[in-house]
Design a protein around this ligand. Structure first.
Ligand SMILES: Nc1ncnc2c1ncn2[C@@H]1O[C@H](COP(=O)(O)OP(=O)(O)OP(=O)(O)O)[C@@H](O)[C@H]1O
Ligand SMILES: [Mg+2]
Length: 280
């Protein structure tokens, strides 16, 4: 699709279509939806950021919330190499001495009234963030130096940034911090929620394996270990595969322990419930 801005044709990106459901933890969902809400003609939406450990569900929550609003969702993966033009408009050579201007997922969302997830935003340099400064305050526009145009955000445009809660997150300058509020922290889920997350992601897994992995995760959370639902899903998924090739019933315990070790390393075994008879 092509949209013309100030006489410059922009080629738009495609929205992301994922089958993602958010399970449990309704409070953070409510906070995110509230931040995006506009309650008066004079009101403005906010630009929330989701914080939490890797694998705790930040991208999942952002996507699921955007889908609840029935909007197009664009995921913009940020890295240390993301340049301002990658965030906005990139020129692509098209035939002889002709340039085609390609809109980023973010600019596409701005033009179409969609929602953009600036994923892993903490990895991005200050210079790239600086190009978004006018978008993230009441001006709601960006300026593409490359295409020589100013692009205004559709009133329905919304943005959310996700960031890991490690040290790199706090390297951002103050003027960016103050534009990415509120900060919504995703914490570890309760036991019944964690089980439901495993069940949602592994509908074919048997209860015993999912319960075992839920217990493992809950023990790890109690010790403030960085293991998350993603690790649990990997452990359970692998254990299910290992077990399917096993011949003996006692192999389930073995499958689970192997899955823990080969997902997170030997040290993770300390959170495992051992119900085998001990010999010593
Ligand atoms: N509440 C939840 N409901 C459904 N699935 C969840 C939930 N929380 C976590 N998950 C699952 O856990 C996995 C990791 O989630 P996700 O990728 O969103 O984490 P993240 O915080 O974005 O991680 P990273 O920091 O590495 O990007 C996904 O497979 C996701 O489906
Ligand atoms: Mg993520």
């Amino acid at each position: 699709m092509i949209v013309e801005i100030e006489g410059v044709p922009l080629h738009l990106a495609h929205p992301d279509e994922l089958s993602i459901t958010w399970v449990g933890q309704e409070e953070v969902m409510r906070q995110l939806l509230a931040a995006w809400l506009v309650i008066d003609p004079q009101d403005l939406p906010m630009n929330p950021r989701l914080l939490g450990k890797p694998g705790v569900g930040k991208t999942t929550l952002a996507y699921a919330a955007a889908k609840r609003l029935d909007r197009e969702v664009y995921i913009m993966q940020a890295t240390a190499d993301t340049r301002p033009e990658d965030l906005l408009v990139t020129p692509v050579i098209e035939g002889e001495a002709r340039l085609r201007y390609v809109a980023s997922p973010l600019v596409t969302a701005m033009l179409r009234g969609g929602i953009v997830i600036l994923d892993e935003g903490n990895r991005m340099s200050e210079k790239s963030w600086a190009s978004l400064a006018p978008l993230l305050d009441n001006r709601r526009y960006v300026e593409s130096i490359v295409a020589g145009i100013k692009i205004k955000a559709h009133p329905l445009f919304r943005v959310v940034a996700t960031m890991n809660d490690d040290a790199s997150t706090f390297d951002l300058p103050e003027y960016i911090h103050s534009r990415l509020q509120p900060m919504i922290l995703i914490d570890f889920p309760e036991r019944h929620e964690e089980f439901a997350i495993l069940r949602e992601n592994l509908p074919f897994g048997d209860d015993h394996i999912l319960n075992y992995v839920t217990d493992f995760l809950q023990q790890a959370h109690a010790a403030d270990e960085r293991y998350t639902a993603r690790d649990g899903i990997n452990i359970a998924r692998y254990a299910i595969k290992l077990k399917s090739l096993a011949t003996d019933r006692t192999h389930e315990q073995q499958a689970l322990e192997t899955a823990v070790i080969e997902t997170l390393g030997e040290e993770a075994l300390r959170y495992v419930r051992r119900n085998r008879p001990t010999t010593s």
